[in-house]
Write a protein that binds this ligand. Structure first.
Ligand code: ADP
Length: 162
């Protein structure tokens, strides 16, 4: 059984994340989307909201599951018996951070390999933060996120900035 994890903040999940999930899920028996609950980082959506949105997006993908964690990624991999960490690479600017993280992770757990998937060229510019910025100024994000995420963004930003 080959299991992979795809960790991130997913604040919120975007079409770029979903593209990585879709392209990866058939390569492994099981794929876990791991949402990091980083208590030091202020997020737009709560951990429950981020989980709910991921769940909604993966509901028709039988071998994809979602888990929430505040543990180290390598420890989550160990717990879930995953041998692969999936990360997406958008631009050269992602590379330095990802290289550092994958080196750390390999030292911390040599049984887990990080696999990088190049972002689709249609999504290489797309990030959760840019989507949140667009919504803040009432811009249209329908091309960048699934419908349920768009609705949640609009609702939350009305509450947040009223
Ligand atoms: P983090 O907070 O760790 O950067 P994110 O939730 O933003 O986590 O992203 C999780 C992973 O998904 C990272 O590897 C990131 O590079 C990747 N990713 C984010 N946006 C995209 C995108 N548009 N296309 C491909 N990969 C992406």
């Amino acid at each position: 059984m080959l299991t992979a994890i795809y960790p991130g903040s997913f604040d919120p999940i975007t079409n770029g994340h979903l593209d990585i999930i879709n392209r990866t899920r058939n390569l492994y028996d099981e794929l876990y989307v791991v949402i990091n609950e980083n208590l030091n980082k202020k997020t737009f959506f709560t951990i429950e909201e981020r989980k709910r949105l991921v769940e909604e997006c993966i509901k028709d993908m039988p071998n994809v599951k979602v888990v929430v964690t505040s543990a180290l990624t390598v420890d989550v991999a160990r717990e879930l018996k995953a041998s692969v960490i999936i990360r997406g690479l958008r631009m050269v600017s992602d590379f330095e951070y990802e290289l550092q993280m994958s080196s750390f992770n390999r030292i911390l757990n040599k049984d887990v390999e990080t696999v990088f998937i190049m972002a689709d060229h249609n999504y290489s510019f797309l990030s959760s933060s840019s989507v949140k910025e667009i919504v803040k100024f009432n811009g249209d994000v329908s091309k960048f996120v699934p419908k349920c995420v768009e609705e949640a963004l609009i609702k939350k930003s009305k509450e947040e900035f009223k």
